[in-house]
Write a protein that binds this ligand. Structure first.
Ligand SMILES: [Mn+2]
Length: 336
């Protein structure tokens, strides 16, 4: 990583962002609003959305998560005692509009949400098509949507439960701070630990629940039988197909070894590709995933180092095309 010499910024949220947030809260405080995030919910989405619904003004708002929810995320939700409405049970006519957190990409959201007005998007992703929201708070340097939400709220509004949730969002989206872009994120995280009066260790346990023996055996089996390794221009690329249930854990275990991971999994009727680029390697994964998503009648995006796409095609086809693009964009001058 290059050291830029730039000074540390004071917060990522500007007064105009707070104005947008407060005006939405004031306008819709007595109306029914749905708060949702991307398919394949992660802790950043889950914590941001639930925190927004946790302040007194938003009592009539409903926090929802679409299926499927990764078992690791379910474990954390249960442990945090976090309530959500299953998205499939939501009745369309009941709500005036939606607030979207942690994505601004249409195909990473259930199609049904486009029947409603998109009131607000709060996100930190760069490459996005946009969901056509009336208001946007998009801050790529913020590291996590949870950080943006923590900054949007007054610290007095953040309960210990909200603080714990938001801390897991920051902790996981920065990959335990290994991918933190802005060191100010750590100060916000510290403030959240202070509000909740808990230790960092607790956030770690909560964010990465231990695997069951069955999960561990399944992962070992997949690694031994369902993984191909390609070396291209000195770059180690792992290509793997695995069940959705162990996708998160599989990536976590592989990223210490491989510079690039292309993982394919099935999620409901669609195919999901995840592309992981190791920290010390330069490749814009978000752009590749956006292109592959479009190629397969879906869409994609994310961050440079951690991106994904969904589309309609066979996993083998999608993985093959992703690998072709990855190879095209690795140049011999890349650091090893
Ligand atoms: Mn995020």
């Amino acid at each position: 990583m290059r050291y830029s010499g730039k000074r540390v910024s004071i917060g990522s949220v500007l007064p105009k962002h707070r104005d947008i947030f407060r005006s939405v809260v004031n306008k819709y405080r007595d109306r029914k609003v749905l708060v949702i995030g991307h398919i394949d919910a992660d802790l950043d989405y889950v914590s941001s959305g639930s925190a927004i619904c946790g302040i007194p003004e938003t009592k009539k708002w409903t926090f929802t998560i679409p299926e499927p929810i990764h078992p690791d995320i379910t474990k954390t939700l249960t442990e945090m005692n976090m309530f959500y409405a299953p998205f499939d049970k939501i009745i369309t006519n009941d709500f005036e509009g939606v607030i979207v957190v942690d994505t601004n990409t249409p195909n990473l959201l259930p199609e049904k949400i486009f029947r409603w007005k998109r009131i607000l998007v709060i996100d930190h992703h760069l490459e996005s098509d946009g969901v056509g929201a009336e208001n946007e708070i998009i801050i790529p340097k913020a590291d996590a949507t949870a950080r943006i939400v923590a900054e949007l709220l007054h610290s007095k509004e953040i309960t210990p439960k909200m603080a714990i949730a938001l801390a897991t969002g920051i902790y996981t989206d920065t990959f335990q701070f290994s991918r933190m872009q802005d060191s100010e994120t750590m100060a916000i995280y510290q403030e959240l630990l202070r509000i909740a009066d808990i230790k960092n260790e607790y956030i770690h346990q909560l964010s990465y629940p231990p695997a069951t023996e069955e999960e561990m055996r399944l992962m070992q089996h997949i690694l031994a039988n369902n993984m191909n390794v390609v070396t291209y221009n000195g770059t180690l690329i792992a290509i793997i197909k695995c069940p959705y249930e162990i996708a998160r854990r599989t990536i976590l275990s592989l990223e210490k070894v491989f510079q690039i991971i292309i993982l394919g999994t099935k999620i409901n009727g669609s195919r999901l590709i995840k592309l992981r680029v190791r920290n010390d390697f330069e490749l814009n994964g978000a752009r590749i995933m956006k292109e592959i998503g479009e190629q397969f009648n879906g869409s994609g995006g994310g961050h440079e180092k951690t991106a994904g796409c969904m589309g309609i095609g066979t996993l083998d086809e999608m993985i093959k095309e992703a690998l072709t693009l990855v190879k095209e964009r690795i140049t011999p001058s890349q650091p090893q």
